[in-house]
Design a protein around this ligand. Structure first.
Ligand SMILES: [Zn+2]
Length: 160
């Protein structure tokens, strides 16, 4: 049975003009065709509204199902928008965090590094830390001057 004939039979069934065989074939089609099931419920609503008030009340489950379906679709839309928002927001948040970290790393004061670099600039770039400390702790001015001269010349064989 195709959908067109099924629909005609739906109309005829309302007038109770269907043979049991036709009814059975229509039922078979309705089970396999959601489109015609939808049409059937629409017809039922339509004819129900047209007929007497006693008969016109749609099955209570219909409205409950309809409300549930609407709520379901709204919930799905809500989750979809949340997921969409997350897909946009998470990379943005990561980018902002990375930018902040980069700024912190670039502009954070590093006094120890600056001090040691200025120390080595002042004395000699080639001096190991041990010799630098020896120079600073040297009490005798003459020796310190001598050591400075040797250190700046890059001579690391100065006896200690
Ligand atoms: Zn159909």
């Amino acid at each position: 049975m195709n959908c067109r004939r099924a629909e005609r039979r739906l109309l005829r069934r309302h007038d109770e003009r269907l043979s049991p065989a036709e009814e059975a074939r229509l039922g078979l089609h309705l089970r396999s065709c959601p489109k015609c099931r939808e049409a059937e419920s629409e017809y039922r609503l339509l004819f129900g509204a047209l007929s007497s008030p006693q008969d016109s009340r749609p099955e209570p489950m219909f409205w409950q199902r309809l409300e549930a379906a609407i709520a379901e679709s709204e919930r799905e839309n809500g989750w979809a928008s949340v997921r969409r928002w997350c897909r946009r927001a998470v990379p943005a948040a990561l980018a902002v965090t990375a930018a902040l970290l980069a700024v912190l790393l670039l502009f954070s004061p590093a006094p120890r590094t600056e001090l040691s670099s200025s120390e080595s600039l002042l004395l000699s770039n080639d001096n190991p830390l041990e010799e630098t400390r020896t120079l600073l702790e040297e009490k005798r001015v003459e020796d310190r001057n001598m050591m400075l001269i040797f250190a700046s010349s890059g001579d690391s064989t100065w006896p200690r």
